[in-house]
Design a protein around this ligand. Sequence first.
Ligand SMILES: Cc1cc2nc3c(=O)[nH]c(=O)nc-3n(C[C@H](O)[C@H](O)[C@H](O)COP(=O)(O)OP(=O)(O)OC[C@H]3O[C@@H](n4cnc5c(N)ncnc54)[C@H](O)[C@@H]3O)c2cc1C
Length: 292
Amino acid sequence: MSDIFENISYKADEPLKKHTTMRVGGNAKYIFSPKNADEIKDIIDYCKDNEERYIIIGNGSNIIFSDEGYDGIVIKLNSLMNDYTVENDLIIAKAGCILSKLAAAARENSLTGMEFAAGIPGTLGGAVVMNAGAYGGEMKDIIEYADVLMEDGSVKRFSNSEMKFAYRESIINADEIVLSACIRLKKGNKEDIEALMNELKEKRTSKQPLEYPSSGSTFKRPEGYYAAKLIEDAGLKGYRVGGAMVSTKHSGFVINYDNASSADVVRLIDDVKKVVFEKFGVMLEPEVKIIR
Ligand SMILES: Cc1cc2nc3c(=O)[nH]c(=O)nc-3n(C[C@H](O)[C@H](O)[C@H](O)COP(=O)(O)OP(=O)(O)OC[C@H]3O[C@@H](n4cnc5c(N)ncnc54)[C@H](O)[C@@H]3O)c2cc1C
């Protein structure tokens, strides 16, 4: 059996706030950065043999951990798993690729369809699992297939329809790991692609509180409503719990305004849910994954 502590890059007692864009959370017992599927399997085998819990993360842009940290192994798919190739109108990429890098590759190759994703600060793996989307586009529109490490150690290729993409959801559950995916785009005009990316970037910077740590839109869009509008109409714009705050720039964002703890963020989320439900009868559901 391979010794994961000898062969795979890892850190012990590592602050999770360094690995999540909300910049909160205690320490992970270990955080591993595997280079390939075999290393991921070795880590999971170790976890099973030693009864350690484990979790996969990408760029940590839609996940927060508690202040107590994570008493187990965090498997981070990042820059050690970020190769990609462009073949005609397809981009085939490892799960750890950051979306902005893939969007830039699409632009350089005059491929259109991925402009919406250029400003989403996640990895391809995280975006596929979450069916990330923005400005009328979502991963569902561009994923041809995804290769997934199953719980039994096999690798299964899921076609787009097999992924069962829905609003911020896919069929992939917590025991399955997206290893890579194929993105299908269309031939386009490089200047037009660049212009659209710049326009969307401008929209993001003017509307979103990108100057503060956050996990993006904290709540899913409830059917028939906009979370940000409900929160604002409930009078919660600028509402604070400790160092966490409902952004005054965009009420759909909970931001780490001033050294927030994870507990501050979670309490703020709970308060917002409660007040919005009391005022409007709508139960907001967090989009951000809260790991306890
Ligand atoms: C400023 C800001 C703006 C944002 N804007 C948008 C937006 O416009 N649209 C949008 O949809 N989202 C947005 N987000 C949220 C976030 O970027 C996306 O949800 C993104 O897809 C998460 O990717 P990640 O790699 O960071 O995943 P993580 O946050 O690391 O993980 C998210 C979930 O996916 C799982 N996961 C991650 N990688 C894998 C994998 N390879 N295999 C299996 N499971 C995996 C994790 O276990 C976790 O449950 C924004 C976030 C921020 C901070």
